[in-house]
Design a protein around this ligand. Structure first.
Ligand code: ZN
Length: 132
């Protein structure tokens, strides 16, 4: 919020601006707000600049997270494809389409130690433990 706005007296923005040839002068825009004893136009208002930078940083962070999520998704897809290819080199898609069914079958086998004995239970429990 502006600290003080004097609508009866006109002020000039106090910010020094530069052009592309390194010449500088005081901003010619009329001041809109006073902060800590200095007047600023709407685009040089430190609060406006702070809010604009914050929005830019948040947008940048959102893009970085989206990019990282994309990389992670691609990494998971490549790993899943490689594993499906190892299980069934002729039809890795069939493996991918049945991962859920395979997982449920292994869970069922692992939950019935009185029906299924020995190494099968051990193998199923180890397989489930690996994919959790
Ligand atoms: Zn200005």
């Amino acid at each position: 919020m502006p600290e003080k706005v004097d609508i009866t007296e006109k002020h000039q923005c106090s910010v020094k601006v530069w052009d592309d040839r390194s010449f500088s002068w005081q901003c010619l825009k009329p001041a809109k707000v006073e902060r800590d004893g200095k007047w600023y136009c709407s685009i040089h208002d430190p609060e406006y600049i702070k809010a604009k930078n914050k929005a830019r940083e948040e947008e940048w962070e959102r893009k970085v997270q989206a990019r990282n999520a994309g990389w992670e998704r691609d990494s998971i897809a490549r790993t899943a494809y490689d594993q499906c290819l190892l299980i069934n080199p002729d039809n890795p898609l069939a493996v991918a389409e049945n991962i859920g069914a395979i997982y449920e079958a292994l869970r069922y086998i692992a939950s019935c130690p009185s029906v299924v004995q020995g190494d099968v239970i051990d193998i199923a429990q180890k397989a489930i433990a690996k994919i959790k």
